[in-house]
Design a protein around this ligand. Structure first.
Ligand SMILES: [Fe+2]
Length: 269
């Protein structure tokens, strides 16, 4: 399954402008370009020189932003035994959810449900996986849309959500909590800023470490800092980019990526 990169250059510029509270006029003045150039850029037009000029005042990495503008990068394909990704349509957009399992005991967990959990449920059945837990990265509607159906099919399943985002029938997760899924260890890290209680789940025990990051980070971008842009940047740096470079990141939107690729290509960092 090939999934397009979630954010274009104009989306990244828009998120950084909202996050730093900057108007078109402010940015034009700081970048020493005219307001029309900023507006063209925000419509997805413009040119690499303007992209380079706006990057610094927005705290973005100029060359990484130019690469994004040119569509010069896409993360490498990944295939990991014990990791299954689904990408489902939720109104105008697409959202990811994951099934991750211990390949020996075949105990597994869902990470979010996406818009439609059908493929997660059928994969679990096909692979004869016992699903014991559901971990929610955050409670934005697109990520939890099919939770009721999952709970109806797996009445015994334990649902976990970050303690700052209570959800009826779900147990609350604190930063630092560790859960077992068969022989896998799932450690929770608070990565908030996009969502009030956004959680990243780091999974150890497969051939490579995995982190399910929700909308904290995307391949080449990140979720908008709707609650706190600065805390989103900070917790992404401290809790996600500090993981080993080969850690596979499973975002809520867009393709899989790795810590190393994000360090090299994500204009926010
Ligand atoms: Fe979200």
């Amino acid at each position: 399954m090939t999934i397009g990169i979630e954010d274009f250059c104009e989306d990244i510029v828009g998120k950084a402008m909202r996050g730093t509270n900057m108007s078109d006029t402010d940015l034009a003045a700081m970048a020493a370009v005219d307001v029309e150039s900023i507006q063209r850029l925000r419509r997805g037009e413009g040119d690499a020189d303007t992209v380079r000029a706006v990057a610094k005042p927005l705290g973005l990495h100029p060359e990484k932003l130019v690469d994004t503008f040119n569509g010069a990068w896409y993360p490498q394909d990944r295939d990991v035994d014990g990791l299954f990704m689904v990408n489902t349509a939720f109104s105008e957009m697409f959202v990811n959810a994951y099934l991750i399992w211990d390949t020996v005991s075949r105990e597994g967990a869902f990470f979010d449900t996406g818009a439609d959990a059908s493929e997660l449920l059928s994969k679990a059945e096909e692979e004869k996986i016992t699903v014991s837990k559901v971990f929610l990265t955050h409670t934005h509607r697109d990520h939890v849309a099919d939770l009721d159906r999952v709970k109806a099919i797996y009445p015994e399943v334990a649902v976990h959500v970050g303690s700052r985002e209570l959800l009826q029938g779900a147990g609350s997760v604190e930063h630092g909590d560790v859960f077992d899924v068969g022989a896998l260890k799932v450690s929770a890290r608070l990565t908030w800023g996009h969502a009030k209680g956004g959680m990243t789940y780091v999974i150890d025990g497969l051939v490579t470490p995995i982190a399910v990051v929700g909308d904290a980070m995307f391949a080449g971008s990140m979720g908008g800092g709707m609650v706190s842009y600065q805390d989103a940047l900070r917790t992404n740096r401290e809790e996600i980019l500090a993981l080993p470079d080969h850690t596979i990141l499973c975002p809520g939107h867009g393709p899989l990526t790795t810590v190393g690729e994000e360090k090299d290509h994500n204009p926010f960092f």
